[in-house]
Ligand binder design. Structure first.
Ligand SMILES: [Zn+2]
Length: 108
């Protein structure tokens, strides 16, 4: 990973951390920033990048801040973010991000 990429991911984690008011997106626990990590909603697999594009997969809207090593109901807080089992939700999220990246107005 390049230094530029590493810094981008740190800044992204801090943006999401602030937007989520310091709470893990999955379990709601309040964490310190260094106790959190980035989780993808739509995973950054080669297949997903080929379908949706790197920019959409890497977008803030496709990521959440979660507590590092946290678990809820036997699933890690990170894995709980993954929409892999919900292809329709994943497709809709990616389409919304792609519209946003193209500059279209996005309803929140
Ligand atoms: Zn958590």
């Amino acid at each position: 990973m390049t230094e530029r990429r590493r810094l981008y991911l740190i800044e992204q984690l801090l943006r999401l951390y602030e937007a989520q008011e310091g709470r893990c997106w999955t379990c709601g626990r309040i964490c310190k920033p260094d106790g959190m990590e980035l989780a993808h909603r739509v995973a950054a697999t080669k297949a997903n990048i080929a379908i949706y594009g790197r920019a959409a997969i890497d977008d803030d809207d496709n990521k959440r801040a979660v507590c590092r090593g946290g678990m809820r109901a036997g699933v890690s807080c990170n894995d709980a973010c993954n929409l892999g089992g919900k292809p329709e939700s994943a497709r809709k999220l990616m389409e919304r991000i792609q519209r946003k990246l193209k500059g279209a107005v996005v309803e929140v």
